[in-house]
Design a protein around this ligand. Structure first.
Ligand code: ATR
Length: 320
């Protein structure tokens, strides 16, 4: 359901103080339904000079999100501050409540806190993307309520499109059946591939995901054990946490990827699947940097009502 929002704020653009009154309509069809919040920032919350955002998770020291959002803010003329917020073990709720009590406007949520964010908000304050993923990667405080979104699927689809990789009518293999796979499944299923196969070591987990999503989508969806995958796919997406938890990649037969396009949702040195696949496949192989940028652009537009262009940020980070 489309919802209209009104925002009013002050901004510095080109060195001149301007009153920016932003009216925007959010019509993605992926809007949460309203209920009363449980936590509310204290009335005496500090009002920062500019709107304050952050990426929270553990670790966050390596995160490129501050650079990405600084570039978006500069290109759209938005005055905002964006920091890293380290979440100590088991400390998600107290840490983010301090952030919002200090006037914070929104958070990007990264590993391992996305399901904590979903639990904190509850289904009624989450968009469909977040409910289906059971994970939130973007929180917005609109002055009255908190809202949760998951922009990972949109980010992945936009990056695939940017690189000319089609999903419609193709046979997709997703490696992994955890939160990362759930996060991108709604968008991938909606893009009408011929088939999506979820391959996981733990078969029961993959079957549970298939059961959950089959009820809502007509796209054929099946589960298979990781060691039993056969080479019959056009696009293979690594959604496992192997690189992050074990500095490894999912162990699959190279024959499976020889003629497929490959996508690793992890980027940089951790994109072990991509580094392995690009030497083997005759298709394209990509890491998840573009997905990171595109999901950030979606979060930025949820917060600020302005969609930043992403090409210049891609160029900036690819050169870095
Ligand atoms: P995330 O939110 O990052 O997806 P998660 O929910 O813990 O994290 O899920 C991690 C996924 O990566 C799971 O599908 C896991 O497989 P199992 O369910 O079989 O454990 C997968 N995974 C992690 N390490 C892996 C490895 N070395 N090889 C293959 N799959 C791996």
């Amino acid at each position: 359901m489309a919802r209209s929002h009104k925002r009013r704020g002050w901004g510095l653009r080109g060195g001149c103080l301007v009153i920016a009154r932003l009216f925007y309509t959010c019509s993605s069809g992926d809007e949460p339904h309203g209920v009363a919040s449980i936590f509310r920032p204290r009335a005496e919350a500090v009002k920062p000079a500019v709107d304050h955002y952050a990426v929270c998770g553990n670790p966050v020291g390596h995160s490129l999100s501050p650079r990405i959002h600084a570039a978006f803010a500069a290109s759209t003329g938005q005055m905002m501050r964006y920091d890293r917020l380290l979440i100590p073990d088991g400390g998600f709720v107290p840490t983010i409540e301090v952030f919002f009590n200090q006037g914070g406007k929104g958070l990007n949520v990264t590993l391992p806190c996305k399901s904590d964010a979903f639990a904190w908000l509850g289904e009624a304050r989450c968009a469909t993307s977040a409910i289906e993923a059971r994970a939130v990667n973007t929180i917005r405080w609109d002055g009255e309520e908190f809202w949760g979104f998951n922009t990972d699927g949109t980010g992945l689809l936009r990056d695939l499109t940017f690189h000319g990789i089609c999903v419609a009518d193709r046979r997709l293999l997703i490696l992994g059946a955890g939160g990362a796979a759930r996060g991108v499944l709604p968008e991938l299923l909606s893009a009408k591939p011929a088939l999506i196969t979820l391959a996981n070591r733990n078969m029961a987990r993959a079957e549970e995901v298939v059961r959950d999503f089959r009820q809502r989508y007509s796209t054929p969806l099946e589960a298979v054990e990781l060691s039993k995958v056969s080479p019959d796919f056009d696009l293979i997406i690594n959604a496992t946490s192997a690189a992050l938890t074990a500095s490894s990649r999912p162990d699959i037969d190279p024959a499976i990827i020889q003629t497929a396009d490959c996508y690793d949702m992890v980027y940089g040195a951790n994109a072990r699947f991509h580094h392995w696949a690009r030497d083997i496949t005759r298709g394209k192989s990509l890491d998840g940097l573009g997905m990171l940028i595109e999901q950030a652009a979606e979060a930025f537009s949820i917060w600020r009502g302005v969609r930043p262009e992403t090409i210049s940020v891609r160029n900036l980070l690819i050169q870095a």
